[in-house]
Ligand binder design. Structure first.
Ligand SMILES: [Zn+2]
Length: 197
């Protein structure tokens, strides 16, 4: 499995030449590819990369708005993400729905959509991604993972939330919640949940 981090920037103003593109990862295995995330700065560009499929973790702009003008390939997302106001208006011809905790073979790579807490207004998942004998967990935006043991079972690589380094960044407007767990120094991404144990 070959991973190319096409972009890792969140929905923030600051950018640099090495940190300018919104979230997007290219996973290649045996000549086929899957692209988790396609943030807004990727608008018009997925065709240049020619992924076999795009998969979305949630409907925020820095993860999904690169598809505003459609996609050159099938796009997978949960039913919650497809139902979001902006996402449902995108002219994506081949929409495929992936259920929580169900595993799909997408371009020869197995992806399991794993529900995580990130925003009560934008239901989010991470993906357990398996190819050959390797499994990794991709959760670019996360406050906590309820079933952490299952999420990390057999995982060789964890790709987590880097939006907050030293302390969690969680907002609770009204009765909702949105935010990011701290990335270190303990278990990245899942720290908000782990530290209470
Ligand atoms: Zn988000």
């Amino acid at each position: 499995m070959k991973l190319t981090f096409l972009g890792t920037r969140g929905n923030i103003e600051a950018s640099s030449s090495r940190h300018g593109m919104h979230s997007s990862l290219l996973v290649e295995y045996l000549g086929r590819s899957v692209m988790p995330d396609c943030g807004e700065t990727w608008l018009g560009k997925p065709g240049n990369i020619s992924p076999g499929a795009v998969v979305l973790v949630h409907g925020h702009s820095d993860h999904a708005f690169g598809l505003k003008e459609g996609a050159p390939c099938p796009v997978y997302a949960t039913g919650y993400t497809w139902a979001e106001r902006e996402i449902c208006s995108f002219p994506i011809r081949d929409r495929r729905t992936i259920g929580h905790r169900s595993t799909r073979d997408i371009e020869g790579t197995l992806l399991e959509a794993f529900p995580v807490a990130h925003s009560t207004r934008a239901s989010a998942v991470g993906y357990r991604i398996s190819a050959g004998r390797v499994t990794m967990l991709y959760v670019p935006d996360v406050v906590f993972i309820e079933d952490l043991n299952s999420a990390l079972s057999g995982v060789r690589l964890y790709i987590g939330d880097g939006a907050s380094i030293s302390r969690s960044m969680v907002r609770k407007p009204g009765d909702s919640l949105v935010g990011h767990a701290r990335s270190g120094p303990s278990l990245p991404g899942a720290a908000g949940k782990v530290c209470r144990r």
